[in-house]
Design a protein around this ligand. Structure first.
Ligand code: PRP
Length: 191
């Protein structure tokens, strides 16, 4: 008996934008740079669910200094793919960041509205310092000005998935960053 050929998440990728090797190399560099910059400072890495989990997991293993991790989950009000700028906190910090050296770890900054809100929220908790480490910077669609301290890659205005990033909660498990085939989101589902 022959089974149908397995359909995988790779079939929906139009192009690989950043290979697993390129990601690993850049994350190692970022980790080394953060380790040097934060030596002796015991930083707390505050990351935002869910897209950042893969980057965070690799980044902390590329760092050799003592650090802690905290996770937040936010959701933007409004529908569809556009961010509205109004952000709802779904999961707050587990521990106080007062007086701490905070590194905000994000997978992607697109309009910048999510981070713009989050930074204001976090500054109210009186950290000693706060810097941003972002894997992917997509400046083409920026609406809020954000100063990014550590950037992995600057990418063009394309629909990217993988290495944590989703479309409709899928594709987070791709080991690379790819461009989603437009047919996946522009045509009616076959099912
Ligand atoms: C992504 C990403 C940022 C935000 C960036 O999260 O992780 O938090 O969008 O977009 P912006 O710069 O336009 O505000 P998303 O809302 O897709 O949730 P997810 O991380 O759970 O996939």
């Amino acid at each position: 008996m022959h089974s149908a050929p397995m359909r995988t998440i790779h079939d929906d990728v139009e192009e690989v934008l950043l290979s697993a090797d390129a990601l690993a190399d850049r994350v190692a560099q970022l980790g080394a740079q953060l380790s040097a910059d934060y030596a002796g400072r015991d930083p707390v890495l505050v990351s935002v669910l869910k897209g950042s989990i893969v980057f965070l997991a690799d980044l902390i293993r590329a760092m050799e200094i003592p650090l802690s991790v905290d996770l937040m989950e936010v959701s933007s009000y409004g529908s569809g793919t556009e961010t509205s700028g109004q952000v709802r906190i779904l999961k707050d910090l587990s521990a106080s960041i007062e007086g701490r050296e905070v590194i905000v770890v994000e997978d992607i900054i697109d309009t910048g509205l999510t981070l713009n809100y989050l930074l204001r929220y976090l500054w109210e908790r009186n950290p000693a310092s706060m810097r941003i480490c972002c894997l992917l910077d997509k400046p083409a669609r920026r609406l809020a000005e954000i100063e990014i301290d550590y950037t992995g890659f600057t990418i063009p205005d394309r629909f990217v998935i993988g290495y944590g990033l989703d479309y409709d909660e899928r594709y987070r498990n791709l080991p690379y960053v790819g461009v989603l085939r437009p047919s996946v989101y522009s045509s009616p589902s076959e099912e």
